[in-house]
Design a protein around this ligand. Sequence first.
Ligand code: TRP
Length: 370
Amino acid sequence: MNTENKQIILTADRPTGRLHLGHYVGSLKRRVELQNSGKFDQINIMIADDQALTDNADNPGKIRENIINVVLDYLSVGIDPALTTICVQSALPALHALTFYYLNLVTTARLSRNPTVKAEIQMRGFADEGLPAGFFTYPVSQAADITAFDATVVPVGEDQLPMLEQAREIVEKFNRIYGPTLVLPEAMIPENETQRRLPGVDGKAKMSKSLGNCIYLSDTPKTVKQQVNGKMFTDPQHLRIEDPGHIEGNVVFTYLDALSTKEHFERYLPEYADLEEMKDHYRRGGLGDGKCKKFLIQVLDEILDPIRTERAKWEKDIDSVYDILAEGTAKAREVTNATLARVEKAMRIDYFADRSVVKEWEELLKKTNL
Ligand code: TRP
């Protein structure tokens, strides 16, 4: 067991699309900060391709394509393979074995109550079409992910809290039945409201590929400009520049809340000391949406430019990206195999770890044959 009180992080993403600004604000930025803080003994990022297959079984090509997209997004935002282990879930067979054992520790009634899975079942239409058993049980597989790495800290969005709760229940039940074996993980959720959920450019609650309301980390300056100028929701009552405007629900300001700094104001909009001053002017009237959008585009490009440059560099060297994934996955395989060995030992199903069971069986037979 993780007896040395090591601080171990596991985070993961389903590779179903390129990562967007919502991922950046809600999780990637913080992962890079955690990585660079030097406070953790081990940091793992897993590309959860198996979990992605639980609702994409008919489209493995989509997952295969997006593994490279997601790993390029990681590398371009500053995830450093020297500090963070990047690995691929499907190549970690210990996770599959752990899932199979943990499934016995969870009731179908408990799984049915998981609010995130419930909502996802509705969203995906599984209530009518039929619910894949693998999808229904993915919280158990996620508990396997977390425990296999002995993760103590799991940085996730709020929607993942039910997964963490379920993982903790599995850990407690396992340890109760088989003795102290698994590490109890803690969730780490985004600190403030703006990080929690960046809306789509159209103001819908979430950025989603199918709604076309995303700004991707790999978008060109031209696309970003189009998304902001062409689609970004502001204040429908703010018709003329002189009209007083509303900040609440105004996506331009939601994005500025999440992304803009004092330095951005100094560089691009020095007539305001900070965002509060800009908001005051907007509320009073006299500040046009065009000017606000122009500033937001400058802020976005300042953030995205270095990411684009890094991505372009890595895109020219996919061989190295492959090596990073292969090495990270090999390392993760060792870690997760060690946990599986510990689990099999605790469950007393470690028959082939050594030959000690031969003696045990011989003695048993001697006794019963007396
Ligand atoms: N379910 C997570 C998501 O959709 C992805 C994930 C899979 C995960 N395994 C994990 C997150 C383990 C944290 C830890 O975002």
